[in-house]
Write a protein that binds this ligand. Structure first.
Ligand code: C2E
Ligand code: MG
Ligand code: MG
Length: 314
């Protein structure tokens, strides 16, 4: 009764609230998870895995994306979708974001020593990017890892819809660019103001959202969006990478449409750091070129790959 009357007061005058046991249970569960996540950070239970990015024309590995997991003592490896939403509005979200940056830099440094210096991209929540002191902390972290060339670190900007003040974000990115970093707009095509960001922000790369890429084989609407994003990248002189490339057919189709860079289960799932150097050697050694479809006859269509699925692969 007390909780219901508290909520009614919160909602303003003349409100009527019933105590809802399910709602209460959900709030409790969230609190417990948040507390468990605080302890997980202290105990060092977070891990980064690394998913390779590939030049689909040459078969060269061109970089890695760092993806967080929670190594839970009982539940095993917990994916980010199960815990990031709980921390994103809490100060813990910023702490975990800083941990991810620091861990990626430590790993870059370790690979550098082993002679495997591939660029690494790190996902940055919009709130983290816009938090006070972000660039200063980035600067400090880079100073703590002097062997790592800052150009090897790329930030993938998430939830572009949550970038509130475009001018302020632009200043943050310009300052971080001054430190030598690169940027990508993640899940491009899904944020409601992606085009304004593309025009105004100094990003090097667009990452085509995996929903469009995976849908491309069946859905002409998805194919048209993918083709349009590739065209936008060309028009704005940006790089473009497709995520969610699950097989060689999709890879060949993307290549034929003008997108050389790809990432997805078709090449590799996210890997523990220690498996990366061996995987890179094996993958590059075993690469077979993708066979592009024949050139267009009518010349009028956007690209021959559109509407002609199923051509041969080598
Ligand atoms: P994202 O940045 O768009 O990352 C791509 C996600 O798609 C990853 O899921 C990856 O494992 C998955 N993926 C890659 N290739 C394929 C494929 O071919 N098929 C399918 N079905 N999925 C594929 P993951 O690791 O579960 O991450 C989900 C999201 O969580 C990420 O999406 C990103 O938004 C967020 N995230 C992950 N790590 C971090 C982090 O360290 N910090 C922050 N702020 N967000 C993170
Ligand atoms: Mg990403
Ligand atoms: Mg993405």
């Amino acid at each position: 009764a007390e909780q219901a009357s508290y909520r009614a007061k919160q909602m303003g005058r003349n409100s009527l609230c019933y105590f809802d046991a399910a709602h209460e249970a959900a709030i409790q569960a969230r609190h417990q998870l948040l507390q468990a996540l605080r302890e997980a950070l202290q105990r060092g239970e977070f891990r980064l895995q690394y998913q390779p990015k590939v030049d689909m024309g040459s078969g060269q590995v061109i970089g890695l994306e760092a993806l967080i997991r929670w190594q839970h003592p009982q539940r095993g490896l917990v994916p980010p979708a199960e815990f990031l939403p709980v921390i994103e509005d809490d100060a813990l979200g910023l702490e975990v974001g800083d941990w991810v940056l620091a861990q990626a830099l430590r790993q870059l440094q370790a690979w550098q020593v082993q002679g495997c210096a591939l660029p690494v991209s790190v996902n940055i929540a919009a709130r983290h990017l816009q938090a006070p002191g972000f660039v200063e902390r980035l600067d400090e972290l880079l100073r703590q890892h002097p062997q790592v060339a800052p150009a090897l670190l790329e930030l993938e900007i998430l939830e572009t819809g949550a970038l509130e003040d475009l001018q302020a974000v632009r200043q943050v990115l310009s300052a971080a660019q001054g430190l030598g970093l690169q940027f990508a707009l993640d899940d491009f095509g899904t944020g409601y103001s992606s085009l304004a960001y593309l025009k105004n922000l100094p990003v090097r790369t667009l990452k085509i959202d995996q929903g469009f890429v995976r849908g491309m084989a069946q859905d002409p609407g998805d194919r048209a969006i993918v083709q349009a994003v590739i065209g936008l990248a060309q028009a704005f002189d940006r790089e473009v990478i497709a995520e969610g490339v699950e097989d060689r057919e999709l890879a060949a189709l993307l290549l034929a449409m003008g997108c050389r860079q790809g990432q997805g289960y078709g090449f590799a799932r996210p890997l523990p750091a220690e498996q990366v150097p061996g995987w890179v050697r094996h993958f590059e050694g075993a690469w077979r070129p993708l066979v592009a479809p024949p050139p267009p006859h009518d010349g009028g269509r956007p690209h021959p790959a559109l509407g002609t699925p199923g051509w041969a692969l080598s």
